[in-house]
Design a protein around this ligand. Structure first.
Ligand SMILES: [Zn+2]
Ligand SMILES: [Zn+2]
Ligand SMILES: [Zn+2]
Length: 259
């Protein structure tokens, strides 16, 4: 763990459709509060001049331009749903700038899906045009080192699908999940910052809700928690006013240090 901790930048805090949702005229989708404008869910973890991306959303290009990071050292993918992988083609400018391949980490199942969806990236055929240059690293439950920080995969259940969250130092990012298996709870003690899925108030078969994630925070007792993967049922200001002060809603562009 870098002694100075890591910086986390929320690139997107929205659910799979983004907020506003196309064609929706609800109070949140038409809100003037910039915190109610949510691109698809992703964070950037920065330390020692390195930038590690967790999930490459369909909004990745816009997120990179808005945030202004100009190098990318590794990509971690939590699972293969479209809102988490469809930005992978847009990492090409980082290959060009860095004149280097970029490692991508995912479970065997997720990596298999990525290779099917983006067959042209991985098929090894000669191309007339540039494709992303990615080196695939399949991960299981074992922690792995990236540039001096240990990343620990945290098994989660997203409906029936096994996916990974990630712990790094005293921070953890747990997007899409409906259940945190008991064996994973011990990986989540002593946290400064915990990100949790909190799609909406009503129950959902594959996502955690506000109440469920509040209970997770009470159980794990991180110093601070941020809810993400947020749908248009939650307006930022009102939803936050109903939460205890150590639990906040993430919003696009939020930056914080995890120590
Ligand atoms: Zn998602
Ligand atoms: Zn709406
Ligand atoms: Zn998902």
């Amino acid at each position: 763990m870098a002694e100075s901790g890591v910086k986390i930048t929320v690139l997107g805090s929205g659910t799979s459709t983004g907020v506003p949702t196309i064609g929706c005229h609800c109070d949140v989708c038409t809100s003037a509060d910039p915190r109610d404008k949510r691109l698809r869910p992703s964070i950037l973890v920065s330390y020692g001049g390195r930038h590690v991306l967790i999930d490459a959303t369909p909004d990745f290009r816009a997120q990179a331009l808005r945030t202004g990071f100009e190098r990318l050292d590794a990509i971690l993918i939590t699972h293969e749903h479209a809102d988490h992988i469809m930005g992978l083609d847009d990492v090409r400018p980082f290959n060009f700038r860095q004149r280097a391949r970029i490692p991508i980490y995912a479970s065997e199942r997720t990596m298999g899906a990525i290779h099917r969806v983006f067959r042209y990236i991985f098929d090894g055929d000669e191309k007339a045009t540039a494709v992303p240059q990615l080196d695939s690293h399949t991960i299981d439950g074992d922690a792995f080192d990236l540039f001096g920080v240990e990343f620990t995969p945290v098994p989660l259940l997203h409906g029936n699908a096994p996916i990974y969250g990630f712990r790094f130092g005293k921070a953890a990012y747990l997007t899409d999940h409906s259940e945190i298996p008991a064996a994973s709870l011990d990986l989540l003690r002593g946290l400064d910052v915990l990100f949790l899925d909190a799609l909406r108030y009503k129950p959902h078969p594959t996502h955690s809700t506000v109440d469920q994630s509040i209970r997770t925070v009470e159980m794990l007792a991180p110093r601070r928690a941020f809810f993400t993967h947020i749908g248009h049922d939650l307006g930022h200001a009102r939803a936050e006013s109903l939460l205890p002060p150590h639990i906040r809603l993430a919003y696009d562009g939020l930056e914080l240090l995890a120590l």
